[in-house]
Design a protein around this ligand. Structure first.
Ligand SMILES: Nc1ncnc2c1ncn2[C@@H]1O[C@H](COP(=O)(O)OP(=O)(O)O)[C@@H](O)[C@H]1O
Ligand SMILES: [Mg+2]
Length: 259
């Protein structure tokens, strides 16, 4: 059974047809990155996976996660964690870091006071923020933290259910170098512990060594799909981003330069 099975999905956002008969399968093991320029349909794909958007109903079309088309929201959250920027901007109000993580229990963006949670839940949230390296600032207001710190609490929110599968939308966008490297290190540890990650991005440098499959997306179509080293070539990336690109690689990471 695959983690993700998208068959002939046609997806509209407003009047824009973003996907016309998109077909894509992703297995339960191995880590994948979907890359493509702005407007390629990456965020739309995540919204389809997160069941915020549905394809046009047709007999030959389906979106299955772990073999199922229908999910209860709580069960779904326990299987698949999602960290996106949309979520990030919802959180800028009067909440403490630890509460952001705890709110994951309710799969909500609301705020709850500590009384709503059991000791074991609070204990688990504390362990998690320690593991994420932000235990010492867990009582601080989320709105007073740096973007890198906020990003880690949001990851904690997705991890509170210990999902085996994690979907990340441009995880290090807007982070400085130190915060980027720290966040990538956390993502790598998650993969090394056996979690399966789907990463969606246009930043080639945030594709960690543990990613083995790369899917190239442009204009709502999959224009390349294969082993990372084959996909991240000068030729393919120059076509994908419509500009001459030279790719360099070191220590399992890739970086792009003007071609
Ligand atoms: N709310 C919306 N209404 C209409 N069109 C949209 C909306 N959101 C995105 N689009 C369009 O859908 C396409 C894919 O967008 P998106 O999935 O956000 O791309 P990406 O994340 O790869 O940059 C773009 O052409 C964009 O203009
Ligand atoms: Mg996007």
């Amino acid at each position: 059974m695959n983690l993700i099975d998208i068959q002939n999905a046609t997806v509209y956002r407003g009047d824009t047809c973003v996907f016309d008969n998109l077909t894509l399968s992703i297995g339960q093991s191995g880590n994948t990155a979907v890359i493509g320029p702005n407007g390629a349909g990456k965020t739309t794909l995540l919204k389809v996976l997160n069941r915020e958007l549905y394809p046009v109903r047709r007999p030959d079309s389906h979106v299955r996660i772990l073999g199922r088309e229908r999910w209860d929201v709580w069960e779904f959250r326990k299987s698949l964690g999602l960290v996106s920027h949309d979520l990030h901007t919802h959180y800028l109000g009067y909440v403490r870091g630890i509460e952001v993580v705890l709110s994951g229990y309710y799969a909500s963006v609301g705020v709850y006071d500590y009384q709503s949670f059991g000791d074991s839940q609070i204990e688990r949230a504390r362990k998690l923020v320690d593991w994420l390296g932000v235990g010492d600032i867990a009582e601080r207001l989320f709105s007073t933290m740096s973007t890198g710190q906020q990003r880690r609490f949001l990851l904690g929110r997705a991890l509170i259910h210990q999902p085996r599968y994690l979907v990340l939308d441009e995880p290090t966008g807007g982070l400085d170098l130190k915060a980027t490297f720290q966040y990538l290190d956390v993502i790598r540890r998650l993969m090394q512990e056996g979690r399966t990650i789907l990463l969606v991005t246009h930043h080639i440098h945030e594709i960690p060594p543990e990613i083995d499959r790369v899917i190239l997306m442009s204009g709502g179509h999959i224009v390349g799909d294969g082993p990372k080293h084959d996909m991240l070539s000068d030729d393919r990336l120059s076509h994908l981003f419509d500009v001459p690109i030279h790719v360099v690689s070191a220590n399992g990471y890739y970086q792009t330069l003007p071609g």
